[in-house]
Design a protein around this ligand. Structure first.
Ligand code: NAG
Length: 230
């Protein structure tokens, strides 16, 4: 009797936490050691949905000591400095997907692959595998893919990859699992001067990234909430 009461309470607790929309910020150092996530948190707060969102991922570090202006900045993420899309696709995304089961994902990946001489075809193949793996755990996952910010010391492959992203999205987006682009590229106004160290965004770059990513993530989160309410 007692046991079943406890089980019921646990059931309620699980149901309540299951209601939160799980958002996975996935990437490399441009996701890990940057502050755009804190700005996106403020955007979600301003839209009144932050308390319904769980930022998921095995990481919770905040090396730049980023501060959101609104309360409760959730520092969960899966940004890994120096990691390549190809390695994430082949070795890590399956475990991360299974442990987090995200509803909404944002990813910017490929910068380290470019640096290590991977071809754009290899990077696109990694995107394919990451998407397929995310969809295997949640067929309704909603994905924001970011065009890459510039990498001045090796920018040509970044430009080439950014050109391929719209076609990749067109091929892969579906009504059940939509994909949209956050354009953080040079073409959309991101300049090399917004890099604090030649690779990572300074405060202006963080703001530009958040301005591109935030509204798309917010909309997807609202869509998930609306779909659950139906
Ligand atoms: C960041 O970059 C912008 C654009 O170059 C610049 O105006 C701003 O002063 C930079 N911020 C810092 C803190 O260096």
């Amino acid at each position: 009797m007692r046991f079943s009461k406890i089980s019921t309470l646990m059931g309620f607790a699980l149901a309540a936490s299951a209601q939160k929309v799980k958002f996975l910020p996935l990437g490399d150092s441009i996701t890990e050691i940057t502050c755009w996530r804190a700005i996106v948190w403020d955007m979600l707060s301003a839209e009144g949905v932050a308390d319904q969102v769980d930022f998921v991922g095995s990481m919770t570090n905040n090396p730049q000591n980023c501060k959101a202006t609104s309360a409760g900045f959730d520092t969960g993420h899966e940004g890994h400095s120096g990691w390549q899309a190809v390695d994430i696709a082949n070795q890590y995304i399956e475990g991360w997907s299974e442990s987090t089961v995200p509803d909404v994902v944002n990813f910017m990946l490929g910068t380290n692959d470019v640096n290590m001489g991977k071809t754009t075809a290899q990077i696109i193949a990694a995107y394919d595998k990451i998407l397929a793996t995310l969809r295997a755990v949640n067929p309704n996952v909603k994905v924001v893919i970011d065009k890459l910010i510039p990498l001045p010391f090796k920018n040509a492959p970044v430009v080439e990859l950014n050109k391929l992203i719209p076609g990749w999205v067109e091929t892969n987006t579906t009504p059940e699992s939509p994909i949209v682009i956050a354009d953080c590229s040079e073409d959309n106004g991101y300049t090399a001067a917004m890099l604090r160290d030649g690779v990572h965004p300074n405060d202006t770059g963080d703001k530009l990234m958040a301005d591109q990513i935030g509204p798309l993530v917010t909309q997807f989160i609202k869509d998930v909430i609306a779909e659950r309410g139906e």
